[in-house]
Design a protein around this ligand. Structure first.
Ligand code: GTP
Ligand code: MG
Length: 301
């Protein structure tokens, strides 16, 4: 293995590489191409659920539990809040701060509601190359059906808690299809049983675990459930399929980002009077933009 690949096992060097990956994802991946996995090495676990259910706390307790078994664990927290105001970023970092020294955690800013930005997918590639046994990725499950998490995770954990109120409708609409394992967190709250029974009636045959991440109750059972589900998928060869899917997603996101940039630039060129005085002209304007877009894409990087 070459020196660049070995360096990824040093967490300071790894952090530096991930920082570069945030702005130059594809360049860094081609520089690291010999280190990227040919066979799946990590278990990539997507963690989603409504705001405040305890996603970050669950990840912290899973990191502790798995690290105590001698496993190398990393976590990426995808955070849609502004990197400037940074409230949630700081919150996530604080709760993650007292983790075992061999583990690795990092927040990634997401600029729009599409939950998994390119730099997060690139970071996953790099963390898998760095040899982590488990990589957790937290994404906000804020209402919208979040299919992007499915494309990059070997398993999706959906986290819920007592007192979700109106959110239950949202859960029914979106989150009930995407989970491989369901978790009712905050089991220390008496009303947790109500929520557990309710979720049980919705998920039917899928695994459902009741835990208290804060008080470290049943984390062991959750780890066993994760291991069982991973084994099932491994026996079907699904992890390799997921790597192919993830790499397709990476390319898709790269092109979408580029196309968006060019399109926004070209849209600025559309004259105001064209839109104001000839408002029925959309087909022509769109056709013209499409031609300019095609030219720019071919010329582009
Ligand atoms: N009672 C109780 N509180 C918990 C438990 N787990 C987490 N919490 C609390 O719930 C709050 C939210 O926890 P987080 O882990 O930040 O939740 P999150 O889902 O990551 O939040 P966002 O990332 O902001 O969506 C915090 O105050 C935690 O201390 C639990 O098992 N029991
Ligand atoms: Mg969180």
């Amino acid at each position: 293995m070459s020196r660049v690949c070995v360096e990824l096992s040093d967490r300071v060097a790894l952090s530096k590489v991930l920082t570069v990956a945030e702005t130059n994802s594809l360049e860094i991946l081609s520089r690291l191409s010999e280190c990227l996995v040919r066979e799946p090495r990590s278990a990539v676990i997507g963690i989603t659920g409504p705001q405040g259910v305890g996603k970050s706390t669950v990840i912290s307790s899973l990191i502790r539990e798995l690290s105590s078994e001698g496993l190398k664990v990393a976590a990426l927290l995808v955070d849609p809040s502004s990197p400037i105001t940074g409230g949630a970023v700081l919150g996530n970092r604080l709760r993650i701060s007292e983790l075992p020294s061999e583990s690795f955690a990092r927040s990634i800013w997401a600029e729009d509601e599409r939950a998994i930005p390119l730099r997060a997918i690139a970071s996953l590639e790099i963390l898998e190359a760095a040899g982590y046994d488990y990589i957790f990725i937290e994404t906000p499950g804020a209402g919208q059906v979040n299919t992007s998490i499915l494309r990059i995770s070997d398993l999706v954990l959906v986290i819920l808690m007592p007192f979700l109120g109106d959110e239950v409708q949202v859960i029914k609409a979106g989150l009930m299809e995407i989970g491989d394992i369901y978790i009712v967190n905050k089991a220390d709250v008496p009303e947790a049983d109500l929520m557990y029974n309710y979720v049980k009636s919705l998920v039917r045959e899928k695994p459902l675990v009741k835990i208290s991440a804060l008080y470290k109750k049943n984390i062991n059972e959750l780890v066993k459930t994760i291991e069982t589900e991973l084994k099932k998928r491994d026996s079907e060869g699904r992890r390799a399929v997921k790597r192919v899917e993830r790499r397709k997603y990476l390319i898709e996101e790269t092109l979408i980002e580029q196309i968006h940039k060019i399109l926004h630039r070209e849209l600025r060129e559309v004259r105001e009077e064209e839109l104001l005085k000839k408002p029925g002209n959309f087909i022509e304007i769109a056709r013209d933009l499409k031609a300019r877009l095609a030219n720019k894409i071919v010329e582009g990087p």
